[in-house]
Design a protein around this ligand. Structure first.
Ligand code: PEP
Ligand code: MN
Length: 338
């Protein structure tokens, strides 16, 4: 960090700042400019309370320099992280992964049908919630372990890796027993005990950005999973809350180039929660691939008008097949493949 002094700060006040920095076990380096004096801090200050220095008389502001996330930062790893999903997909390599399936597992017949149709349409992995974090307690909460068993059967039938959500730390082990990748949803993005529990088990984690989270907070939260021992983290943008109301959320695609600069972790886009409307999903998928997405997680339902959850934003398998054909061309234009 750098401590910027007020123009009127006295030499005694500058010395007090330098002394406090040394008390923190760090080194100080005083730089006197023509108008201002700044005190640079040498050493890793991330475990210190930087804000406390702002209380010293004569201090104008404290500017952090080191990224507050160590393991997620781009510079911490020479190569980009490539995450394997079961035996059917990789996320973060040259190929753009297509994770498709219904919002929720509704029945054995529904998930087996959806899995077969998604695979035929070009998907590499299957999504489907067995534990659903619902805004309303009376809404369908998912089939729980029965739903996980149905997903496992769908994997056996199609070979598609399973991505499914875990909602509580206590269910991490159960979900990890069936899933190839644990999804952590937007509503749990700062449930740090859940993030740690997901970090202590071996399956990859698809981690969604909180709906009101800055990118800095998103990366710091992902650090909980990494620091607990699990390096296989996929970041997922699913839209944020804004004043805009023509979509369910505002799908912020500029996070793609920005996250690729800040982190080595792969980034996937969820255009379904991101827009809330099936009619908007294909174009947002195309824009995402053009902007460097490492994967897409798309809600696909064989019969959207009878879906138990998120029918309005679910595309059909036929739409997925047409979309995948376009995505192949767009991917080729940006030196990727689908
Ligand atoms: C979902 O994927 O169905 C879901 C609930 O996502 P989110 O956590 O992004 O709302
Ligand atoms: Mn959904």
């Amino acid at each position: 960090m750098i401590v910027v002094m007020n123009p009127s700060a006295t030499p005694q006040q500058v010395e007090q700042v330098a002394k406090l920095i040394r008390e923190m076990g760090l080194k100080d380096h005083i730089i006197k400019g023509t108008d201002l004096t700044v005190v640079a801090v040498i050493g890793d200050d991330r475990k210190k309370d930087r804000g406390a220095l702002e209380q010293v008389p004569g201090v104008d502001r404290v500017v952090p320099i080191l990224a507050p996330y160590k393991m997620a930062a781009r510079e911490s790893k020479p190569n980009r992280t490539v995450v394997k999903l079961g035996n059917s997909a990789t996320v973060g390599g040259n190929q753009v992964a297509i994770i498709a399936g219904p919002c929720s597992v509704e029945s054995r017949a529904q998930i087996l049908d959806a899995a077969a149709k998604c695979k035929a349409a070009g998907a590499n992995a299957l999504r489907g919630g067995a534990f659903k974090p619902r805004t309303n307690p009376y809404s369908f909460q998912g089939l729980g372990e029965d739903g996980l068993k149905m997903l496992a059967e769908a994997r056996d039938a199609t070979g598609l890796a399973i991505v499914t959500e875990v909602v509580t730390p206590g269910e991490v082990e159960l979900v990890a027993k069936y899933a190839d990748c644990l999804q952590i949803g937007t509503r749990n993005s700062q449930n740090f005990k859940l993030l740690e529990a997901a970090g202590k088990q071996p399956k990859p984690v698809l981690f969604k950005r909180g709906m009101s989270m800055t990118l800095d907070e998103f990366l710091q939260a992902s650090e909980y999973i990494l620091a607990a021992g699990n390096g296989n983290v996929i970041l997922c943008e699913r839209g944020i809350r804004t004043f805009e109301d023509h979509t369910r959320n505002t799908l912020s695609l500029s996070v793609l180039p920005e996250l690729h600069l800040r982190t080595h972790l792969p980034v996937v886009i969820d255009p379904s929660q991101g827009t809330g409307h099936a009619r908007l999903v294909p174009d947002m998928c195309k824009a995402s691939v053009a902007a460097g997405a490492d994967g897409l997680i798309i809600e696909v339902h064989p019969d959207p008008s009878h879906a138990m959850t998120d029918g309005a934003q679910s595309i059909t398998p036929d739409t997925l097949a047409t979309l995948v054909a376009s995505l192949k061309r767009i991917a080729a234009a940006v030196d990727r493949s689908v």
